[in-house]
Design a protein around this ligand. Structure first.
Ligand code: ZN
Length: 519
C-alpha cells in the first residue's frame, strides 16, 4: 500500500542514552556496541549512543559506536555548555554520519529553580551553543527541555532562533510525561503555525510515559506534521520509560491508511532486538506488552482460535512474522563445521572478527554436545555471551551438585580466581542456593541478590535454560546471564557473570557517571 504520499518518519533511538538511565539498566561498552549493531540491522535512522561528557565509559561507548557501526547517524547528547559539546565532538569525529544533540530548558520552573537564568539568557545560550556545535557538524539537534510546560510564545521564539542558528532538527520533549495527546498535538500544530522558519527543520518529539501516554502523544505529534520520533526498544527509560519504538513502528505500519506515514525500520528485526535489550539490561518485558510481550500474539479464546484457523485476518491485525516472530528454525546440528557455522552467523546478520568466531564456535561445539538440535535463538545467546564478554576475574571450572528428596543439597565448586584454582564444598536450601552460597564464600562478595529468573530459550526438555540475575553492591546494580542445558550450571554462570561485572565496574571506579537531569 506504499504510495508516494506516504511520509517517512525518522526513528531516533535513544535506548543507549535515555534507556540506559533506567534504574539498574546500565550497560558496559561491549554491550552498548552490540546493541548499536543490532539497531543498525533494524535500520533505525539515528542512534543516540550516549552522553559523551558524563563519564569516560559513556565517551568510549559513543566513540566506538561512531567508529564501528555502519548505517545510522550516530549522535551524542550534550548540555548547552561548550565543554559538553567539545566532548561530544571528540567522541564522534572521524565517523561518516554524526549529530550533536544539545538541550536547554525553556520552562520557567526549570529556568528559575534549576538553571537560575532569565528567559533572555537562556535564549542567548541556546543560540550560542547551536552555533558552537555547527562549528563541528552540519547535523545539529536542539531540545527545549520541559517544552510541554513552557510558555508557547517563548518556546516558539527559542525555536525560531535556534533554527536560524543552524539547528536542523528541533525536538519537543515532554520531559516529565505530563502531556495529553490532543494537547501535545496542538502544541506541535502551534509551533508549525507560529515559527516562521520551521520548514528549515524537522520537528521531533521525546515523550515520557509517566501517565502511559508516550506513544499516544508521539502519534498525535506525527499527525500534526512531526517528522522524527525519539524512542527506545521495549520503551525502557527514566521512571516509567520512553515511547516504545516497536509500538510506533507497528502502529504506523498497521494503520498507514490513517496516518499516511511510515518508517524505514526493518520490522522483522524487532523481536530479536527486544530480546537482546531485555537480556542485556535485565529488564524483563511484561507478557501483555504490545508487540513484543510473550502473549502479544497468543490467541487463547476458542472463538478467536476458530476464526484464525479459517482465515488469519479474522482476529489478527498484524502477522507475527512481521516482527520476526517465526517458528524456531533448526539452524545447526552437532556435525556442523566451523565454515558452516560462520556462514550461518552471516546469514543471521552477524559479521564477526576471526577471534570472535573462534570463541563462539568453541561454545557452539560444547552446546551441540549437550543438545541435539540448535535453533536461531541458541545462536543468539552464544553470540551475545561470547561477544559482549568482559574480562573475567572469576571463571567456573567445575561444578557438581547433589540434591534430591532426602538429602541436604550440596555443591562442590571449582573456580579460577585471578588465575588461581580454588575448590570448595558447601550446602544450601536447594541446589542453586548451595551453589550460590559456596561461590559467595569463595569470592567473598558483599553483593546482594535482588532477583533470579530462569526461562527456557526454546521448547523441549533438552532446551537451554537461560538464567538472569541482578546483584547490587554499593548502590550499583548489574545484571548477569548464563545459559546451559543444565539450569544449575546456567545459574552459576549467571551469578559469576554478574560478579565479574561488579569487579569490572569497580576496577573503573573513576567512571561514576554524573547525575545530571536530562531531557
Ligand atoms: Zn528522556
Amino acid at each position: 500500500m506504499s504510495t508516494s504520499s506516504t511520509r517517512m518518519i525518522r526513528i531516533f533511538d535513544t535506548t543507549l542514552r535515555d534507556g540506559e538511565q533506567s534504574p539498574g539498566a546500565s550497560m558496559n561498552v561491549e554491550e552498548k556496541v552490540m546493541v548499536a549493531k543490532q539497531l543498525a540491522r533494524l535500520e533505525v535512522d539515528i542512534i543516540e549512543a550516549g552522553f559523551a561528557f558524563s563519564s569516560p565509559g559513556d565517551f568510549e561507548a559513543v566513540r566506538r559506536i561512531a567508529q564501528e557501526v555502519e548505517g545510522p547517524t550516530i549522535c551524542s547528547l550534550a548540555r548547552a555548555r561548550p565543554e559538553d559539546i567539545d566532548r561530544a565532538w571528540e567522541a564522534l569525529k572521524g565517523a561518516p554520519k554524526v549529530r550533536i544533540h544539545t538541550f536547554l530548558s525553556t520552562s520557567d520552573i526549570h529556568l528559575k529553580h534549576q538553571f537560575r537564568m532569565t528567559r533572555e539568557e537562556a535564549l542567548k545560550r541556546a543560540v550560542a551553543m547551536v552555533e558552537h556545535a555547527r562549528g563541528y557538524v552540519e547535523d545539529v539537534e536542539f531540545s527545549p527541555m520541559d517544552a510541554s510546560r513552557s510558555d508557547p510564545v517563548y518556546l516558539c521564539e527559542v525555536l525560531e532562533a535556534v533554527i536560524a542558528a543552524g539547528a536542523s532538527t528541533v525536538n519537543i520533549p515532554d520531559t516529565v510525561g505530563y502531556a495529553v495527546p490532543w494537547e501535545f498535538g496542538g502544541l506541535i500544530r502551534g509551533i508549525r503555525e507560529r515559527v516562521p522558519n520551521i520548514d528549515k527543520a524537522v520537528i521531533s518529539m521525546h515523550c515520557h510515559n509517566d501517565l502511559g501516554l508516550a506513544v499516544a502523544n508521539s502519534l498525535a505529534a506525527i499527525v500534526e506534521g512531526a517528522g522524527q520520533v525519539e524512542c527506545t526498544i521495549n520503551g525502557i527509560g527514566e521512571r516509567a520509560g520512553n515511547t516504545s519504538l516497536e509500538e510506533i513502528v507497528m502502529g504506523l505500519r498497521t494503520r498507514r491508511d490513517l496516518y499516511g506515514a511510515d518508517t524505514k525500520v526493518r520490522s522483522e528485526e524487532i523481536s530479536k532486538t527486544s530480546r537482546l535489550v531485555s537480556k542485556i539490561t535485565g529488564m524483563v518485558v511484561q507478557p501483555n506488552k504490545a508487540i513484543v510481550g510473550a502473549n502479544a500474539f497468543a490467541h487463547t479464546s476458542g472463538i478467536h482460535q476458530d476464526g484464525l484457523l479459517k482465515e488469519k485476518s479474522t482476529y489478527e491485525i498484524m502477522r507475527p512474522e512481521s516482527i520476526g516472530l517465526v517458528q524456531s528454525k533448526l539452524v545447526m546440528g552437532k556435525l556442523s563445521g566451523r565454515h558452516a557455522f560462520r556462514q550461518r552467523l552471516e546469514e543471521l546478520g552477524y559479521r564477526l572478527s576471526e577471534e570472535d568466531v573462534n570463541h563462539a564456535f568453541t561454545r557452539f561445539k560444547r552446546l551441540a554436545d549437550q543438545k541435539k538440535e540448535l535453533y536461531e535463538e541458541d545462536l543468539e545467546v552464544i553470540i551475545s555471551e561470547e561477544i559482549a564478554r568482559i574480562p573475567e576475574r572469576v571463571a567456573l571450572k567445575d561444578l557438581q551438585v547433589e540434591s534430591g528428596t532426602n538429602r541436604v543439597p550440596t555443591a562442590t565448586v571449582v573456580l579460577d580466581i585471578d588465575g588461581q584454582s580454588v575448590k570448595q564444598t558447601g550446602t544450601g536450601d536447594g541446589p542453586v542456593d548451595a551453589a550460590y552460597r559456596t561461590i559467595a564464600g569463595m569470592t567473598q562478595t558483599k553483593s546482594r541478590l535482588l532477583s533470579y529468573t530462569v526461562k527456557a530459550i526454546t521448547g523441549g526438555t533438552d532446551a537451554q535454560g537461560e538464567v538472569s540475575v541482578r546483584l547490587e553492591e554499593d548502590g550499583r546494580t548489574v545484571s548477569g546471564h548464563g545459559a546451559d542445558t543444565d539450569i544449575i550450571v546456567a545459574s552459576a554462570r549467571a551469578y559469576l557473570n554478574a560478579l565479574n561485572k561488579l569487579a569490572y565496574w569497580s576496577s573503573k571506579s573513576h567512571d561514576a557517571a554524573q547525575r545530571v537531569s536530562l531531557i
